[in-house]
Design a protein around this ligand. Structure first.
Ligand code: PEP
Ligand code: MG
Length: 753
């Protein structure tokens, strides 16, 4: 059963549109279960009905025409109950609704299961038999599994189909929901980026110069051919079997079938990579459907060959595709280097299928002040290239080929934003000080040397968090001590005499280096941050020495240690800092001892805050991780994103303990997680007595505006109310109302965090 299920799902995932996907489902399920009928009904909210979208067994001409109003018939009953309905004789059930066109009257037994995606019933899958009999338990279980497994594929195909349909001018555009990644709104043209040699990620693109494209492809094929020959020659120790494999590759390449089919597709208007993807997938499907296990396994060879040709295509294509003037970067997973490759004057927005508000793609987008939407689960990435797209980074929504009305609405919003930014810019040189005279220095978070200018111009009083892993990510090996020293010095010089907090390398979790991959089952609970650097003192010492050397003559360095989870780790890290410091003094480098801080992002430290505070000069709370670990919600998993909220009462109480504990020892507390950049959360942090806030550059003027309008006394009174509440949503709404009443409504758009 499992193989059948897997095969069907694979086929459905390769379908080009919803129609095709559903047709595959009903035929395959009917065969697999040996039933007389299988049909799929999908909910249509406009018609308020379940529409028969595909059937194998009922009258085919009823497809698309027959529908059952919500609340009508057995199909609706399945949807209402959101569970299977199994009847030996449907015709006598009170909810049976007779529709003559389907030819349903001869089928007695009925089994319907709901297709549910993210708590929403998308439709109902039904099987029927002529004879009067109840379906067996294993049949019900099979259909249920089918329904649950297909839900994602159907949702995806629905969106893809909608997007393909746009070509036919259906007018309204397609709306997709994800998570707010970076505030702001932008209109632009989608440019799909994808990892090297990943066939399934190749976007659809059309070409105008067909013959040139054919040539590009043929060049890639000959390159692939010579690569394979070279490989074959180099690997002289190759076993007979492996030699035969390479021979088979060469044969496939010389045989007319693959090459010719790709060329035909290119002549049909597709670009070479897309034509290759479709041809290879078609061949894979043929092999996979073979019952002979040897032949079925050849599908992997075809896939591998496809990858090789794609790699060659990527090499032979000389000119990179031009970036549209208003590029909205779209990808399954957008990485730091993908973002860095786009000329900054052309990048207006980012959309990533993976990630959440607090994952690093979102943090980077915020650092660059680029609106972004992340975690768009059903994003049909390969279909979006070249489309007009709107990114709403407040609500986490994107619009593909939007209607005129939506476009105008967003143009207006973008203009309003520009006015707000201009107004806020006037606050630049004013201090972040409450009306009752309470000062909270505002710092910026950064990690890219290229975004120093906006940080410098933002009126920030320093850098509160420099994530050093970003310069590490943009290279293909560990940067040397001198290379690092140059980067750090540039940052410190740009801000001197204002403080610059350099955090030591925090890789692991969702930040890995291409040249130092970390593969783990539970990366966020694994080898991360200080755990890695303590295990690799050679890497850590180079970084510490580079930071200290770079501070020579500037004296504005503050050093921050990430992911500390025990006092032992803190002591070990401090000892290494001490060693680097004395080594450099011995070498004659003029140094002043920097302030050293510990990040508080693992809950264990809340309860050891006294021991931490005794050892360091300051603490900085990483609320992104602290929230994730306190609430046991993966900050990168969009399935549980609605559970992730830094305004949870548990997080607020944890912050209270941290602030009070650090203050007992006279140590200042900074918050450098994304919470610090939220106008609503800023009120809470002000009341808690947090000494400084560090945030992305785009958030800084907004937070300053809040602080200049809400007195500390008022914030304390509000916190008292907040502390009585038991739920993050209630707290957020309460604080939002407070800001609106205080005339700061433009800072808190609905749906934003
Ligand atoms: C945090 O965890 O809040 C933090 C600032 O660090 P990062 O987001 O880089 O993990
Ligand atoms: Mg962190």
């Amino acid at each position: 059963m499992l193989t059948v299920l897997r095969k069907i799902i694979q086929e459905v995932n390769l379908a080009h549109d919803l129609e095709q996907a559903l047709a595959i489902i009903v035929t395959r399920v009917k065969d697999a279960m040996g039933v007389d009928v299988c049909s799929a009904y999908l909910a249509n909210d406009t018609q308020q009905a379940y529409v028969l979208m595909a059937t194998d067994g009922l009258n085919p001409s009823a497809v698309g025409k027959v529908s059952l109003k919500f609340g009508q018939g057995l199909v609706s009953l399945v949807a209402e109950r959101a569970e299977a309905v199994n009847l030996d004789n449907a015709l006598v059930h009170p909810r049976f609704h007779f529709i003559a066109e389907t030819g349903e009257q001869e089928f007695h037994s009925f089994l319907g299961v709901p297709i549910i995606h993210h708590r929403k019933v998308l439709g109902v899958l039904v099987v029927q038999h002529i004879e009067v009999r109840r379906f067996e338990e294993d049949e019900t279980a099979f259909l249920m599994t089918m329904g649950s497994q297909l839900a994602g594929a159907i949702a995806h195909a629905e969106v893809s189909g909608g997007i393909v349909g746009l070509n036919r001018g259906t007018g309204q555009g397609v709306i997709l929901d994800g998570l707010p990644g970076s505030p702001g709104a932008a209109l632009g043209t989608a440019l799909v980026v994808y990892p090297q040699a990943d066939l399934d990620a190749v976007p659809e693109r059309t070409v105008t110069d067909v013959e040139e494209e054919v040539q590009v492809f043929l060049d890639a094929v000959s390159l692939a051919r010579s690569d394979i020959r070279a490989l074959q020659e180099r690997l002289t120790s190759l076993s007979e079997e492996n030699r035969a494999l390479f021979d088979a590759y060469l044969q496939l390449l010389s045989s007319a079938s693959i090459v010719d089919q790709v060329v035909t597709r290119i002549r049909g208007g597709s670009w070479a990579s897309g034509a290759l993807r479709d041809t290879i997938n078609e061949h894979i499907k043929v092999f996979e459907s073979m019952d002979d296990p040897y032949l079925a396994a050849r599908a992997e060879d075809v896939r591998d060959l496809g990858r090789r040709i794609l790699m060659c295509l990527q090499k032979t294509r000389v000119a990179p595709l031009p970036y549209p003037d208003k590029t909205i970067l779209v990808g399954e997973e957008i990485t730091a280097s993908m973002l860095a490759e786009v000329p900054p004057e052309k990048l207006v927005g980012v959309i990533s299928a993976r990630g959440t508000t607090s994952s690093h793609v979102a943090i980077l987008a915020r650092a660059m002040a680029i609106p972004g939407v992340v975690g768009v689960k059903d994003l049909p990435v390969t279909r979006l290239d070249g489309r007009e797209v709107i990114v709403d980074g407040y609500s986490g929504r994107i619009y593909v080929s939007p209607s005129e009305n939506v476009r105008n609405e967003y143009k207006r919003l973008v203009r309003e934003e520009q006015t707000l930014s201009a107004d806020l810019a006037e606050l630049r040189d004013l201090p972040a000080e409450t009306p009752d005279g309470w000062r909270i220095p505002l710092y910026v978070n950064t990690g890219l040397v290229s975004d120093l200018t906006p940080s410098q111009q933002s009126g920030a009083e320093g850098i509160g968090l420099y994530r050093t892993e970003f310069p590490f990510m943009l290279r293909d090996r560990f940067p040397s001590e001198d290379e690092q020293c140059r980067v750090y010095r540039q940052v410190m010089q740009a801000f001197a005499p204002r403080p610059v907090v350099l955090r030591t390398l925090d890789i692991g979790g969702d930040k890995s280096l291409p040249y130092f991959p970390i593969q783990e089952e539970n990366p966020f609970l694994g080898w991360r941050g200080i755990r890695v650097t303590l295990d690799h003192p050679e890497i850590f010492m180079v970084q510490l020495r580079a930071m200290l050397r770079a501070s020579s003559g500037q004296n504005n360095l503050r050093l921050l240690l990430p992911m500390i989870s025990s006092i032992g780790e803190l002591d070990a890290a401090l000892a290494l800092v001490e060693r680097a410091y004395s080594e450099l003094l011995e070498e004659g480098v003029a140094l002043t001892r920097p302030q050293i801080g510990s990040m508080i992002e693992v809950p264990s430290l809340i309860y050891q805050i006294d021991s931490v505070a005794k050892r360091v000069d300051f603490v900085s709370v990483g609320t992104n991780d602290l929230t994730q670990y306190l609430l046991a919600v993966d900050r990168n998993n969009s399935n549980v994103a609605s559970l992730y909220d830094s305004l949870s009462p548990a997080v607020i109480r944890a912050l209270q303990l941290i602030v009070d504990g650090a203050h007992r020892h006279g140590r200042p507390v900074s918050v450098c997680g994304e919470m610090a950049g939220s106008p609503v959360a800023a009120v809470v942090l002000l009341a808690l007595g947090v000494d400084s806030l560090s945030m992305s550059v785009s958030s800084l003027p907004r937070v300053k505006w809040v602080l200049r309008n809400i007195s500390r006394q008022k914030a304390i009174a509000l916190l008292e109310e907040v502390m009585k509440m038991e739920d993050a949503v209630q707290i957020r709404e309460y604080l939002r109302d407070v800001l609106v009443t205080a005339g700061l409504g433009s800072l808190v758009r609905a749906g934003s965090k």
